[in-house]
Design a protein around this ligand. Structure first.
Ligand code: 6PG
Ligand code: NI
Length: 184
């Protein structure tokens, strides 16, 4: 028997021939994520920042999720739109991201608070090791889409990063500017 697998369009990350779970994160959901609280409050709370589409596949030990994050272009104040970012609840579990379209950065941070950035573009491959928090940042003017594969047992720990990441990516004089955060 020949089965039609799910299809992903490499050009835009759209899934077809498969049921997906879709979750949209809006400005109002991203409390205390952006540096400029006043600019954040002045944004339309309903404005979608990113949508994650995941294949409906079985969960459990040894199983993998496959999902695409579509991160809109935009800024809060002068800070680029980004995902909330997280460690995996199961800290040792890694993940792989594949850039599909757009221009951006993947912010990676270890448990000691040491951060680094990788450029995300169509075709980029990002090996996120265990014990490493990760956040996507859209520094471009089109949607940034990235395909990800990660263990279903990984889970998310958002609370561990409530103090924020050690780096912020902002626009200054039409340039992309990376700032170090003191309390990161
Ligand atoms: C995961 C993946 C990825 C991520 C989204 C949204 O572990 O689930 O890293 O699907 O969840 O890019 O990012 P946040 O979960 O940080 O909002
Ligand atoms: Ni993850």
């Amino acid at each position: 028997q020949i089965i039609q697998p799910p299809l992903v369009a490499w050009a835009n990350g759209a899934f077809s021939h498969a049921p997906v779970i879709r979750k949209t994160t809006r400005i109002q959901d991203l409390t205390a994520v952006f540096a400029d609280g006043q600019a954040w409050r002045s944004c339309d709370p309903q404005l979608p920042v990113y949508t994650v589409e995941m294949l409906e596949t079985p969960a459990g030990e040894g199983e993998l999720w496959t999902g695409v994050t579509h991160l809109n272009p935009g800024k809060v104040g002068n800070e680029f739109f980004m995902t909330r970012g997280h460690f995996h609840a199961r800290r040792e579990q890694g993940e792989v991201y594949f850039g599909l379209r757009g221009q951006g950065l993947l912010l990676l941070q270890d448990e000691h608070g040491k951060a680094r950035l990788e450029t995300v573009c169509a075709g980029s491959v990002h090996i996120i090791p265990g014990f490493t928090a990760h956040r996507l940042i859209n520094t471009g003017s089109e949607i940034l889409s990235a395909l990800a594969v990660w263990p279903t047992i990984a889970g998310h720990d958002y609370a561990a990063l409530q103090g924020g990441f050690a780096l912020r990516v902002q626009e200054e004089n039409q340039q992309i500017c990376v700032c170090e955060v003191q309390n990161g």
